[in-house]
Design a protein around this ligand. Structure first.
Ligand SMILES: [Zn+2]
Length: 186
């Protein structure tokens, strides 16, 4: 190596060190809180800011237990909810509440499924695995739809509503008490 190359290399290393030092909080946060799956990352970002870390913790704890979980649905706009509702009423889709009635419409609910090593939507998927995942979700602070009974039972669904019902959340939205015009301030 020539003296010139050594100088250039030192400068490059120094620049990296300075950038890391200045951005270390952001870099550490990004590295430490990532989940295994890009689609899950994206759907978690759509959730209410107060529950994003909980959702990450759920996915990462499940992974530690050997179950790769995908969050396949998070926030849904009122318009998207209305479309699902119409499909459901026409007998074409799964059960969907009216727009504004679902906690998904406030970013406070998510739907998950195990995708590896087993796929949760297979007919042969053991119920015990839903329960294992539901319990992990509950441990990090979610309510799990697998506890509901009868037709309401909803294994993939988790929610965190801070004690609010949809009417209270709707009112907060209508009063403009929101974060980024989307999430109610709770
Ligand atoms: Zn749901």
């Amino acid at each position: 190596m020539t003296r010139k190359q050594i100088v250039i290399l030192s400068v490059i290393i120094a620049v990296f060190a300075i950038v890391y030092f200045l951005q270390r909080k952001r870099i550490n946060k990004w590295v430490l809180t990532r989940v295994w799956d890009i689609q899950t990352e994206r759907n978690i970002k759509s959730l209410h800011p107060k529950i994003r870390n909980m959702a990450k913790e759920f996915v990462n704890r499940a992974e530690k237990e050997g179950m790769k979980v995908r969050i396949h649905s998070g926030y849904r706009s009122f318009a998207e909810q209305e479309k699902l509702r119409q499909k459901y009423l026409a007998g074409e889709g799964g059960k969907a509440l009216a727009a504004g009635h679902s906690f998904h419409n406030y970013g406070m609910a998510a739907d998950f499924v195990e995708v590896s090593p087993q796929y949760g939507f297979n007919k042969t998927y053991p119920k015990s695995r839903w329960y294992k995942l539901g319990e992990i979700a509950e441990k990090v602070g979610f309510k799990w739809g697998g506890r509901w009974t009868g037709k309401n039972r909803d294994y993939p669904h988790i929610e965190k509503t801070f004690g609010k019902d949809y009417k209270q959340l709707l009112a907060l939205k209508e009063e403009g008490k929101t974060i980024k015009d989307v999430y109610p301030r709770v």
